[in-house]
Ligand binder design. Sequence first.
Ligand code: WTA
Length: 645
Amino acid sequence: MKEIFQPNPAFAQHARIGSMEAYHSLMNKAKDDYEGFWAEYADEKIEWLSPYNKVLDESNAPFYQWFTDGKLNVSNQCIDRHLADKGDKTAILFEGDRGDVEKITYRDLSQRVNQFANLLKNKFGIKKGDRVVLYMPMIPEAAYAMLACARIGAIHSIVFGGFSSEALRDRIEDATAKLIITADGAYRKGKPYLLKPVVDEALQNPVESVEAVLVVKRNNEEIHWEEGRDHDYNALIGDESDECAFEPMDSEDPLFLLYTSGSTGKPKGVQHSTAGYILWAQMTMEWVFDVQGDDVFWCTADIGWITGHTYIVYGPLAAGTTTVMFEGVPTYPDAGRAWKMVEEHKISQFYTAPTAIRVLHKMGEDEPAKYDLSSLKVLGTVGEPIDPPAWIWYHEAVGGGKCAIVDTWWQTETGGHMISPLPGATPIKPACATYPLPGIMAEIIDKDGNPKEVGETGLLCITKPWPSMIRTIWGDPQRYEKSYFGDAVKDGKPVYFSGDGANMDEEGYITITGRMDDVINVSGHRMGTAEIEAVVNEDTYVAEVAVVGRPHDIKGESIFIYIVLKGDPEKDMKKHINSLLAEYIGNIAKADDIVVVPGLPKTRSGKIMRRILRSIAKGEAITQDTSTLEDPAVVAQIEEAVKNA
Ligand code: WTA
């Protein structure tokens, strides 16, 4: 049996959920009266402009609606309602790559977001429902832009700054965005880098819907300026009033889109709602990180991912806490940077990805000891499974053995945490997501809804709709239905399948085993193998391609590509394919291994047996039955090619 770490009693004493009895009682309440449970929190947490009529409308399943007809505004929820008692409190604590620090109070935030909202309305004619794409570095203006959109009811779609111009263009087109907000660039590892050229390239052939590009100046590097299209934020913003009434939004109005990879080629625009999303963002801040009083919360994600949306901007601000936003990387100028920041800003909750923990462990095992980390109360991880050695180092060296580690399992689609320890309640087993949060009906079942036995891996499903769930895929409701409600049925009803596998031990602890579909997880970033294959397939020298994940010490998984050639390319195919991937998706899609093979293992019906390819990539002996293959001899040939690569 795994070692168990009990909650710190001093912490538990003040925690919102301070014991397993309290956890079970909340969970039982949710089971007994599901709608009543959620209504209680919706009433307590949200500042309603007008009340909702129905808690949960299931009449058009799986297009669930929550808190129907209620009116609210997320920027009010995150800013205005705090002004009376928290106007002088730091809302965003920004630290630049080069160590520059800016403390933005709730009052400052209010002024800047109002000005930004006015600029969007007055200068660019942005209205409720318009889509605005953000291609931004980690600077406060990114948060202002998000909240300004929320204030006037525009739908933002943030594209991670590591995506290429092609990927950016696809997302702009899919959302038919009217405005792009970007920056000249920012700083990384002490040097300026540029973002604006990527936007220029994406719009080289104009996209019809795009009327303007708004550029924030961060590093003042020289950039191309398209007269008539490009607008200088810094020059314009001062003219706008810092008062802008917020738009009353319907509970179900979309708050934002965020594109993510699935198991087919095209990324999906995950659409989130207003009320359900902000409710759960705030509740999970309060339960899972238990932010209180003057706590300073730091999530190291990028705002281009869901973690950055929910736990840098919306969750912390809705909870009225101080959120840290960091432009740089935790290994610059050395592997003590993050710990130095913890000491200087007295950070109380620190939330990062296992990849970062592995890097910091490897590069600076003894660094944490050089700093005063006594302000830390809760540590968190997200995005991929964490291995026990990294967990133990995080717990001992960083947390001094006194901080709970919340291993939070969730997804872009879930909006907020689903399965996670509660720091004041849950006895924790290392590298285990433990229990579903109160109100979240997570179950491990087979496709017919039968529960799996202890220790057996099954489909990780959420069997009841929850407030912060994905509402649809932008422009493709059928794909939403098929992607999430097409694999598992319980009591005759399709239920949400996450794409992940999981198992449960005799005490009900849930361990996530990883994706069951063709999505791989590189440094906590989701990559659809089909998306990569679609790019590689376009190359003139590629006859066939198959992409799999391979376990990687630091990144969790790395990308491994098998290609079958046509003709003789007479060039270094690894370099060539990786430059294509960088161009069409971004550097994050580059493969560690690209191996030319004579053929792929296929069944007689032509289906590629990926399991075999995964085993070969791992260097495992093939134990699967290969007799159903069209050409069983190909397996040995592939093994040989991988060995010689
Ligand atoms: C994986 C990130 C193990 C999982 C918030 C999921 C995890 C995907 C964990 C979602 C965890 C996330 N343990 N695996 N604690 N958290 N995952 O959409 O495979 O970028 O389906 O959301 O990351 O990735 P996404």
